[in-house]
Design a protein around this ligand. Structure first.
Ligand SMILES: Cc1cc2nc3c(=O)[nH]c(=O)nc-3n(C[C@H](O)[C@H](O)[C@H](O)COP(=O)(O)OP(=O)(O)OC[C@H]3O[C@@H](n4cnc5c(N)ncnc54)[C@H](O)[C@@H]3O)c2cc1C
Ligand SMILES: NC(=O)c1ccc[n+]([C@@H]2O[C@H](COP(=O)([O-])OP(=O)(O)OC[C@H]3O[C@@H](n4cnc5c(N)ncnc54)[C@H](OP(=O)(O)O)[C@@H]3O)[C@@H](O)[C@H]2O)c1
Length: 258
């Protein structure tokens, strides 16, 4: 199946699993496909091999804007129309992607100074991995605080990669800026165990990150479960922060996954 004006056919090169319901995959990066760190693409799958794509879903791009591949991180929803098909993906298969990319979790949402808080639940980690793969993120902020909230410890995908940034050729010299705070909410672990809004309300976030929240310095990106996004936004509003809009500057940018 070939390209058309709206979409491209791209080849899957790697697929790997984190748990029975979480996996990642890479595709070739089409020549000339440009995006900003934090954006998402719309991916399409056909009903049957050799047919045009018939079902489309938004997927945050995990890889950085200078990587020569595109990477994605996906849930498998039981009986999900898209992910029950996507779960069978193998290297060599074709997926489709719209030529146009989108998204609000980009650096251009904020004045680039101070501390950047990246607050994710589940696969909502994806756009933040892309931001961490972009040198501009590291150059723009004094501190980057990444919280990844998951139900179970084995869902802390990409943990080794995040911890390994301190040895990364491009980012090692700035890696002191990053505080990575996994939080595991449904089983005992060595990590934090509170939901993100409670981490804000109790002061635990500031204590663990040693980054005091302030209107002048703090910027927040929220991504994943819409209830998490809503409750976190409420906790931030209680502290005086407001959403960034095209018509009005603010400190909060969000993306709901469903
Ligand atoms: C801007 C944007 C970016 C997205 N990026 C990603 C991404 O990078 N990775 C990813 O896995 N999904 C992402 N999603 C969700 C994705 O578009 C689909 O919803 C997901 O692939 C499930 O599709 P489905 O047809 O199997 O189930 P759907 O019919 O789309 O969803 C059924 C139900 O499954 C649950 N669900 C859907 N997506 C998720 C999820 N990611 N994690 C947990 N529960 C979920 C919700 O309860 C939802 O109501 C994104 C969504 C948006 C809007
Ligand atoms: N994780 C699984 O075992 C599993 C397996 C197969 C399918 N699924 C499906 O995947 C979907 C859930 O995806 P997910 O695993 O990413 O789980 P999720 O329910 O989105 O939970 C991810 C993290 O977000 C937190 N969270 C949820 N609601 C919140 C809120 N209002 N405020 C703050 N934090 C909140 C959770 O904390 P809490 O733990 O406190 O809720 C958890 O730490 C469901 O549709 C489910 O059926 C999940």
């Amino acid at each position: 199946m070939s390209d058309n004006d709206k979409y491209l056919a791209v080849q899957v090169t790697d697929v790997w699993r984190w748990t029975d319901h979480l996996f990642s995959f890479r595709t070739r990066r089409p020549e000339g496909f440009r995006f900003q760190a934090g954006q998402f693409a719309r991916l399409g799958l056909p009903h049957n091999k050799n047919e045009p794509p018939s079902i489309w879903r938004a997927y945050s791009i995990v890889s950085g804007p200078y990587d020569d591949f595109l990477e994605y991180y996906s849930i498998v929803v039981p009986d999900g129309a898209f992910t029950s098909r996507l779960a069978d993906l193998k290297p060599g298969d074709t997926v489709f992607m719209e030529r146009q990319n989108h998204g609000f979790l980009t650096l251009e949402r904020f004045t680039l100074q101070g501390d950047l808080f990246l607050l994710a639940s589940g696969t909502g980690l994806a756009p933040f991995l892309s931001l961490l793969a972009d040198p501009l993120t590291w150059d723009s902020f004094d501190r980057i605080i990444l919280i990844h909230s998951v139900r179970a410890k084995n869902e802390l995908a990409y943990r080794e990669q995040i911890e390994g940034l301190s040895r990364h050729a491009l980012f090692a010299e700035n890696s002191h800026k990053l505080t990575y705070l996994p939080t595991v909410t449904r089983e005992p672990s060595e990590f934090l165990s509170m939901r993100i809004p409670q981490l804000i309300q109790t002061g635990e976030l500031e204590q663990k990150s040693m980054a005091p929240l302030s209107k002048e310095r703090s910027k927040f990106m929220l991504c994943g479960n819409p209830d998490m996004v809503q409750d976190t936004r409420t906790a931030l509003k209680e502290r005086g922060f407001v959403s960034a809009r095209s018509s009005r500057p603010g400190e909060i940018a969000t993306e709901n996954y469903w």
